[in-house]
Design a binder for this molecule. Structure first.
Ligand code: PRP
Ligand code: HPA
Ligand code: MG
Length: 173
């Protein structure tokens, strides 16, 4: 079988510059407070690792896991694959996603997290694909807004592959 064609959409250097700016903005907005970053596994692991190193505040890291995609399609059902290790009650929580696409995952997580009674809950997402929304949700800190293309790399997968690409790429059909 021929290898799939992969095109760069956003190069690594541009990603790093944008994440540095996001980290500075978060640092300024939460000045004098400590925050809990909750990374949504698996897709957010690289974004979270880069972002946290640009946040100059006391931080605690937690992870929560969800799954709903097979290939390029959502099943429409969000499954919890891993819960938080520690409570987030009365904490300022920043949920860290790789992408908001249909919005089903974020909508699910906002309900789950709100039930845990954080002091505040905001959303940082590396990518936003607003044209695909099925439910009205939005992030507070967005790295890049992209068109309706299935993207891979920088943590994002197609059938669990390509998460290790340094650039954000498109798998050309
Ligand atoms: O807005 P949505 O249409 O719900 O899509 C966004 C979600 O889908 C992907 O997760 P996936 O279920 O593929 O799990 P993964 O993070 O392990 O790849 C992605 O990482 C987001 O969490
Ligand atoms: O464009 C995407 N790429 C990878 N995973 C995803 N999950 C939702 N949208 C995407
Ligand atoms: Mg995925």
């Amino acid at each position: 079988m021929a290898s799939p064609k992969i095109e760069v959409l956003i190069p690594h250097d541009e990603i790093q510059a944008r994440i540095a700016a996001l980290g500075a903005q978060i640092t300024a907005d939460y000045q004098g407070r400590s925050i809990v970053l909750v990374g949504v596994l698996k897709g957010s692991f690289i974004f979270l690792a880069d972002l946290v190193r640009h946040i100059d505040l006391p931080v605690r890291i937690e992870f929560i896991g969800t799954k709903s995609y097979e290939g390029t399609t959502t099943s429409g059902q969000v499954q919890l694959t891993k819960d938080l290790d520690k409570p987030i009650q009365e904490e300022d929580v920043l949920l860290v996603e790789d992408i908001i696409d249909t919005g089903l995952t974020l909508n699910y997580l906002q309900h789950v997290m709100s039930q845990r009674a954080p002091r505040s809950l905001k959303i940082a997402s590396f990518l936003d694909k607003p044209s695909r929304r099925r439910i009205a949700v939005e992030g507070d800190y967005i790295g890049f807004t992209i068109e309706d293309k299935f993207v891979i790399g920088y943590g994002l997968d197609f059938d669990q592959r390509y998460r290790n690409l340094k650039d954000l790429c498109i798998l050309v059909p």
